[in-house]
Design a protein around this ligand. Structure first.
Ligand SMILES: C[S@@+](CC[C@H](N)C(=O)[O-])C[C@H]1O[C@@H](n2cnc3c(N)ncnc32)[C@H](O)[C@@H]1O
Length: 336
């Protein structure tokens, strides 16, 4: 297994280069000693050609990957390689596991349930997940084992999040993104969170920063859960959260401007211009973009900014795979 060895003060820059070149191994944990850091990579030859010192070292998998590996090793005893390829990654939300089981291996459901229970003995519900649907982006689930409920409390980044998967959108895989944004925010900032859902972004930011957050969400039930989530976490929050129930495109134009606008935009919705219009310093705009259209996306952001009389600097980060060649991305836009 390979890693590059860099001085600690050069770590962030090196990581950026490795990520840009697509050879940073995000599944593994970096290791630090007094002065250096070992950054996991997937392509030692390429790292060497970029001038990095490459070392051979065993770096541990990140815990969620390790859990998946544990599941995989149990499944391997019972499933063929071909069958295993059908099983995508699963998520654990509170005490509920959600997993995609395609028709090809539906007949092996019992074995999958047994394996999940071995890896996560605390589970109370196992549900099969379908696709996100409609304006509220709610997934379809069918419970295949355990209690007949899709409500739970999920712990993430030091906050408790009450979830009802049958009525609201929630994606536990955005945990890292939420923490990343929380670290970027400064105390005292005024933040607009569009498409706020049950408030996972707002809660994590307010947990760590004394920011004043205005959150807008259309789904009445998500707003109700969001308010319960504020109440449940109120002793831990440094910042404040105000929730407005309504359509972003009706509510936001009536609001003033904010230091920072965050838009976890639902698939198929275009709120880029509105986000830029309402931001004074920063926009974090999520979208789903084909890898061949990243440049076009960047050019569109520049065009929208110019039309609104603003200059900008843009960094586009691939957040997750959506489907082959299409990524969920976050455009971090700095405005001048
Ligand atoms: C992709 S989800 C993100 C939710 C939340 N930010 C999160 O990360 O869990 C998009 C959210 O936007 C809400 N939504 C969709 N259209 C909307 C609109 N026009 N105005 C306000 N909220 C909307 C949906 O109900 C959903 O909760």
């Amino acid at each position: 297994m390979a890693a590059v060895r860099v001085k600690k003060i050069e770590a962030e820059k090196a990581k950026r280069i490795l990520k840009r070149e697509g050879i940073y191994d995000g599944k593994r944990r970096p290791r630090r000693d007094k002065e250096h850091i070992l950054l996991p990579i997937t392509d030692p030859e390429k790292a060497q050609s970029l001038g990095f010192e490459v070392v051979d070292v065993e770096l541990p998998l990140r815990p969620e990957r390790q859990i998946y590996k544990n599941l995989e090793s149990i499944l391997k005893e019972k499933f063929t390689e071909e069958e295993l390829n059908f099983l995508r990654r699963y998520d654990v939300i509170g005490d509920i596991a959600v997993i995609q089981i395609p028709p090809e291996i539906e007949h092996r459901e019992r074995d999958i349930v047994d394996a999940l229970l071995k890896v996560h003995p605390f589970l109370k519900v196992i549900a099969k997940k379908g696709f996100h649907r409609g304006t509220f982006r709610i997934r379809e689930y069918s419970i295949i084992w355990g209690e007949r409920r899709l409500t739970t409390v999920h712990k993430e980044n030091g906050v408790d999040i009450k979830v009802d998967l049958s009525k609201v959108f929630f994606n536990p895989r955005m945990k890292g993104e939420r923490y990343r944004l929380a670290r970027l925010v400064n105390d005292g900032e005024k933040i607009l969170l569009m498409f706020a859902g049950i408030l996972p972004y707002a809660l994590v930011i307010a947990r760590y920063k004394a920011a004043e957050i205005t959150a807008v969400e259309l789904n009445e039930y998500a707003v109700k859960l969001g308010l319960e989530n504020i109440e449940m976490n109120k002793k831990k929050l440094k910042g404040s959260i105000r929730v407005i129930q309504g359509d972003v495109f009706e509510v936001v134009p009536r609001l003033g401007t904010f230091d920072r606008v965050i838009s976890p935009t639902p698939k198929g919705v275009d709120a880029l211009r509105l986000a830029i219009e309402k931001a004074e310093k920063w926009v974090h705009y999520y979208d789903f973009i084909h890898e061949n259209k990243l440049k076009e996306f960047e050019e569109r952001i520049i065009k929208e900014c110019r039309e609104l009389g603003k200059e900008c600097e843009i960094k586009i980060k691939k957040v997750s795979d959506y489907k082959p060649h299409v990524f969920k991305v976050c455009a971090d836009i700095r405005l001048f």
